[in-house]
Design a protein around this ligand. Structure first.
Ligand code: FAD
Length: 318
């Protein structure tokens, strides 16, 4: 079960470029191939359950979808999401408040994977084959969110509001019986030789001890999440920034701030990169802000920046 669950977790997490956890388990799923039956014994509660327990750390897109998926493939599994703040808060602001759900132009997984500067082999090899953009669109359509594909391939809810995505995920989680516990922080986790997880969960001054059979760390870019995964024996690939705007030192175009160019061609020249990478030239909308450049064309290019680069806006297109 762990493998089929685990493969679904990166779809939402990919834009943030959260650290990859290099282990034989794909994504953030930390589990052991244990077949014996476990019990859950929260120290604060008197009840015992003979069912297995999955604790999901983080109620973001990855955690909520992972929890729903877990309940879908294993309806008898107890699934608890521990979220320290508000669930899906990043989804709310995503895509300028509209939530760019996926890409609607790339049904060929090999081509799609080439657009990712890092991790494209893993995406192409197993992830997209198991859960690609078409699956994402079908999932939301099947769960009542009407979607549209814009000219540049970005997929949004027809409502143009990320709330449609949030409501869908929260209501599906509730419908499936996922327990969402907010205001709680996973502070510590350890695992015994039998594969059982021992968790310390804090809510203000109250500390709960929870024994779990499975643990899904979907804590986004939180350093604590990386530390917990390391503590449990996983190794972390250092994350690098992606999808950022360009701040320009001594910016001379301050007087033209907030000007939108609907279509420009922009090129990125990277130090020490001789080969011609087609993605280093992008065409699309660009926004001039008071600190530099933003907009889809700039964000797309930013993913390829590692250290030093030179950006040229070569032409305005008609
Ligand atoms: C401005 C902006 C716009 C974006 N637009 C888009 C877009 O249009 N389309 C797109 O696909 N992506 C977009 N992204 C990226 C996307 O929002 C993220 O990739 C995605 O939300 C990451 O989801 P996640 O579940 O991995 O992490 P997060 O959303 O960061 O969720 C992690 C959760 O874990 C919780 N947490 C962390 N540590 C603990 C702990 N120890 N205990 C309990 N809880 C914990 C946090 O409170 C958080 O809620 C955008 C991002 C930003 C910032």
């Amino acid at each position: 079960m762990s493998f089929s669950l685990a493969r679904f977790f990166l779809q939402f997490a990919n834009s943030s470029k959260a650290a990859n956890i290099s282990s034989s388990n794909y994504g953030y799923f930390l589990s052991t191939p244990n077949t014996r039956k476990f019990t859950e014994t929260p120290t604060t509660g008197a009840h015992k359950s003979t069912e297995e327990l999955l604790v999901v750390v983080g109620g973001g897109a990855a955690g909520m979808f992972g929890a729903i998926r877990a309940k879908t493939v294993a309806p008898n599994l107890n699934v608890v999401v521990i979220e320290k703040g508000k669930p899906l808060s990043k989804v709310k602001i995503s895509g300028g408040g509209r939530c760019n759900v996926t890409n609607g132009h790339c049904s060929d997984h090999r081509i799609l994977a080439e657009h990712y500067p890092r991790g494209h082999r893993e995406l192409r090899g197993s992830f997209f084959n198991t859960h690609g953009p078409v699956d994402t669109m079908s999932w939301f359509s099947d769960h009542g969110v009407a979607l549209k594909i814009e000219d540049d391939g970005r997929v949004f809810p027809i409502s143009n509001s990320s709330s449609s995505i949030i409501e869908c995920l929260l209501s599906e989680a509730k419908h499936k019986g996922v327990s969402l516990q907010t205001g709680k922080v996973l502070e510590n986790a350890s695992v015994d030789a039998g594969g059982k997880f021992y968790l310390k969960v804090e809510k203000r001054t109250v500390v709960e001890s929870v024994e779990a059979d499975y643990l899904l760390i979907a804590s986004g870019s939180s350093q604590q999440g990386y530390s917990l995964a390391t503590q449990l024996g996983h190794s972390i690939v250092d994350p690098v920034p992606s999808l950022f705007t360009f701040k320009i030192e001594r910016f001379r175009a301050r007087r033209v701030v907030r000007v939108t160019f609907p279509k420009v061609e922009a090129k990125l020249k990277l130090d020490n990169v001789q080969r011609n990478i087609p993605h280093l030239t992008q065409v699309g909308p660009m926004l001039v802000t008071h600190w530099g450049l933003s907009g889809p064309v700039i964000l797309r290019l930013s993913a390829w920046v590692l250290v030093n680069c030179l950006l040229q806006v070569t032409k305005e297109c008609s």
